[in-house]
Design a protein around this ligand. Structure first.
Ligand code: FE2
Length: 377
């Protein structure tokens, strides 16, 4: 697939991108029960059945269900035997994101370019073939037990990849308007943000496009710091959070404790109509962090005119922020497992390319109220 590269900062003399990315290919979750997790993402989030791999397709140690909505592809994988790395991952972390897979033109070159820059190999380039063609994949480790896979699928026409068969289901709930991955946020340990920023710069050629220090992101009680890393064309954005000192425990610390280490904190999913999407998600049982009424009393003084009525935004708890280029609407789900670990953000961008800095205080105070309810503040 040809890709237009969009980069206002890139001049004609800029070096060529050694790791050209065409976007997120899929997000793979290691979960305790993939059959039920797939049902949850279909029912609650509006994904459709796409593909399946497991004992029936010749895979002996796992079962994987692939669901899709527009350009969003989730893979839900569970171990069917005890002594394998998937079972170990779940024992250590609970359900969580294992793979942030990135679509590339050349997976062999992606692996060579990143590993020669000291990226640690997870998977050497491998070619998978079936009657629908071939997929080349390779991968490197990132923070915690999380990995990036590079997926080259230009010579493949099957439903997902070799080893999977099409998953036909009689249960096909309607979509909720979720379109693609806007960004994926990693939580890393104390003083580990800058080393991981360096990793994305040096190993993957990303740039730090925004930074937030503990003055931007602190409440009375707790704090965190964050830097946003972006690839050259801006299709892939990975903010990296680390905890900062506060009077009480940072939400990042709570995550690190319950995830048993570093990992993906949230995946932000884009929509063109956040009011419709969030109304639908709520009706299907997705729970969101509650924002106090008082937020809406003054928000328009801060962000100015917006096209939407404030009433549905306040009823749903959708947050608003503005930067020089426009505004954005966003909302955060509660964690989607019993551990206070992974959650989702729903985001609608109306020009803004930032991440909602103006909302951090109101949002984090709301998150802390829930952290306090769990006895972890
Ligand atoms: Fe986010």
């Amino acid at each position: 697939m040809a890709t237009e590269t969009f980069s206002p900062s890139r001049s004609a003399e800029a070096p060529t991108d050694f790791l050209p990315l065409q976007g997120t290919d899929y997000v793979e979750f290691y979960v305790g029960n993939a059959k039920q997790a797939a049902h949850y993402y279909k029912t609650a989030f509006g994904f459709q059945s796409l593909a399946y791999a497991g004992p029936e397709t010749g895979v002996k140690d796992r079962a994987s269900y692939v669901v899709r909505q527009n350009k969003l592809t989730f893979v839900l994988t569970t171990p069917i035997k005890n002594n394998n790395e998937i079972a170990d991952h779940i024992a250590r972390h609970g359900d969580g994101v294992k793979v942030l897979a990135l679509k590339v033109e050349d997976a062999t070159s992606a692996w060579e370019e990143t590993t020669k820059r000291s990226g640690k190999s997870y998977l050497e380039p491998a070619t998978l073939k079936d009657d629908d063609g071939e997929v080349v994949m390779s991968g490197i480790h990132t923070y915690g037990d999380t990995v990036h896979l590079f997926i080259e699928r230009k010579n493949y026409s099957g439903p997902f990849m070799p080893g999977y068969r099409k998953w036909e289901s009689v249960y096909n709930p309607t979509g909720t308007g979720l379109l693609y991955v806007d960004h994926c946020v990693g939580n890393v340990g104390w003083n580990q943000m800058n080393p991981w920023v360096k990793f994305y710069e040096e190993v993957m050629g990303f740039k730090n496009i925004l930074s937030f220090d503990d003055k931007d992101i602190s409440t009375e009680y707790s704090a965190l710091m964050s830097k946003v890393m972006s690839n050259g064309n801006g299709y892939v954005k990975f903010p990296i959070n680390e905890p900062a000192e506060g009077k009480k425990k940072s939400q990042v610390e709570e995550y690190l404790e319950f995830y048993n280490g570093e990992g993906v904190q949230h995946v932000a999913l884009a929509t063109h109509n956040i009011i419709e999407t969030v109304t639908e998600l709520r009706n299907r049982g997705v729970e969101f962090v509650k924002i106090p009424e008082s937020y809406y009393a003054t928000v328009l003084d801060r962000v100015g005119h917006i096209d939407e009525d404030l009433k549905p935004l306040s009823e749903l708890g959708i947050l608003i922020d503005r930067d020089e280029e426009g505004y954005l609407l966003q909302i955060f789900s509660k964690p989607v497992e019993d551990r206070p670990t992974l959650f989702f953000e729903i985001i609608q961008r109306k020009g803004a390319k930032s991440f909602g800095k103006g909302n951090f205080k109101a949002l984090f105070e709301a998150i802390e109220r829930e952290q306090a309810e769990r006895g972890n503040l």
